[in-house]
Design a protein around this ligand. Structure first.
Ligand code: DLL
Length: 433
């Protein structure tokens, strides 16, 4: 089994901790002097750059959250002048504000490096054809995989997401060997291939690198059986870099975290205490080499566990379990991140409806569906059907344009959506992960 960067991917624990300590010191210095937000936070905590000597000192530093990125929208947490930024990506966020991330030339090079590791760990080489069916654009999936694919010298097919008929045709005609997309799209493609009449023997596919949304071992088995490939889990988030934060090797026993670039911790989301190795909790990352947007102790809200034993593949990089869920209410629908509060803020602006609503998420033919049920005010519910339909359409247009995902809106009579005594239940997720 090939390892892209044997030096860093199989370093012993003392060695890696030393590297992490040095890089953390540099990062803390960089943010202290270049980002007022971090300088203020550190000063409030009575800390300066000299407070950090080794990697264990990370525990003294304050946490950063998605809210901090929003408060400093769009570029407030960047640690370099904009003239140094060569790329900007973004992911969806509450009330229409995106989470914006910026990369220097060196960051793009780091990203290509960690993606080269990811693809190599999945068994890809320069002889492969990588069909990239993640979306290209502000989302980090397409371009992240793209640069990694080129770095290992593979033949990259930048087809982007959607257009299933064309996906299948190119997969067949070009002889794609690696498929990169979300796991739900992989399942959708698998069934579309079965229906297309193309026999599996006519395809050269051998492995898939799937991520950007939660999926279970059951889903993995289904994809592997239907597509007759190995399905590899890859994890990342835009704020940290995009894909390339952690990924499985062919042993498929946890995702190796590229901890020489992104230092992971597991905390209790309530007390914020760091938990001992092996405990389930919220994953926190500190970027220790990034220039454009370094993040200190960034709370991902993803729940998982870390394992430090050496893996059979020879890598010593710490492994994280498949994500077990989130410690907030974020949903991922067709790869797009959605907070119920985004929908709520649109509804609150319309006087014909009450802010009583329910989001129903389901999966039909392996594609996520989203339905919004919303209660109409008494006085408006008496109205004629055609007026209700106009209202329904208006809600649909406003919500769709705000969240960027298609959905079905249904109107409910006043007082029919169940009230809860505690925290309102806003989401019913019927997808089987
Ligand atoms: O989804 C980056 C990515 C692209 C990862 C392509 C893998 C492949 P965001 O849009 O910022 O970035 O969403 C990040 O998606 O905090 C997790 O909740 C979730 N997520 C990403 N990968 C996985 C995975 C990209 N393998 C958020 N399993 C993260 C479960 C995942 N959840």
């Amino acid at each position: 089994m090939e390892i892209w960067n044997r030096h860093f991917e199989s370093m012993d624990r003392d060695g890696i901790r030393k590297v992490q300590g040095e890089r953390l010191r540099e990062t803390v210095e960089r943010v202290y002097f270049n980002v007022p937000f971090y300088r203020n936070r550190m000063q409030e905590a009575g800390l300066g750059p000299e407070s950090v000597h080794n990697i264990d000192d990370i525990r003294k530093l304050p946490f950063t959250t998605k809210q901090d990125l929003r408060d400093n929208y769009p570029f407030g947490l960047f640690a370099v002048p904009m003239s140094e930024i060569v790329r900007i990506h973004a992911s969806s966020g509450t009330t229409g504000k995106q989470t914006v991330v910026g990369y220097t030339r060196a960051d793009i090079s780091t990203w290509s490096e960690v993606m080269a590791r990811t693809l190599t760990a999945a068994g890809a080489t320069r002889n492969d054809f990588i069909q990239i069916a993640y979306g290209y654009g502000l989302f980090t999936g397409g371009l992240g995989l793209h640069y990694g694919g080129e770095k290992i010298g593979a033949s990259v097919i930048p087809i982007s997401g959607g257009n299933t008929t064309r996906q299948i045709q190119l997969m067949h005609d070009f002889g794609s060997t690696v498929l990169a997309c979300t796991p739900s799209y992989a399942l959708f493609l698998a069934e579309a291939i079965q229906d297309s009449g193309i026999r599996r023997e006519e395809l050269k596919l051998k492995v898939g690198v799937f991520g950007a949304e939660p999926w279970t071992e059951n889903m993995r088995r289904e994809i592997e059986q239907k597509l007759k490939i190995k399905a590899i889990d890859i994890y990342g988030l835009s704020e940290v870099i995009g894909p390339g934060v952690a990924s499985e090797c062919l042993v498929q026993n946890g995702l190796h975290v590229n901890e020489d670039h992104f230092y992971p911790e597991i905390i209790d989301p309530e007390t914020l205490d760091v938990l001992p190795a092996g405990s389930v909790g919220e994953l926190v990352f500190t970027t220790i080499t990034k220039e454009g947007l370094p993040l200190i102790r960034y709370r991902t809200r993803d729940l998982t566990r870390l394992h430090y034993e050496k893996c059979d593949c020879g890598r010593t990089l710490v492994r994280m379990d498949k994500c077990l869920g989130r410690s907030d209410d974020m949903l991922i629908i067709r790869g797009v991140n959605l907070f119920p509060s985004q929908v709520e803020s649109v509804l609150l602006e319309m006087h014909e409806i009450k802010p009583h609503y329910l989001l129903i998420v389901d999966r039909q033919n392996n594609l996520d569906t989203l339905e919004l049920k919303v209660e109409v005010e008494d006085e408006f519910f008496q109205d004629r059907i055609s007026e209700l339909e106009t209202l329904r359409q208006r809600i649909q247009n406003s919500v769709e344009s705000s969240i960027g995902i298609g959905l079905k809106v249904t109107l409910a009579e006043p007082k029919t959506i169940e009230r809860s005594e505690g925290k309102a239940k806003r989401v019913i997720d019927n997808r089987k992960f």
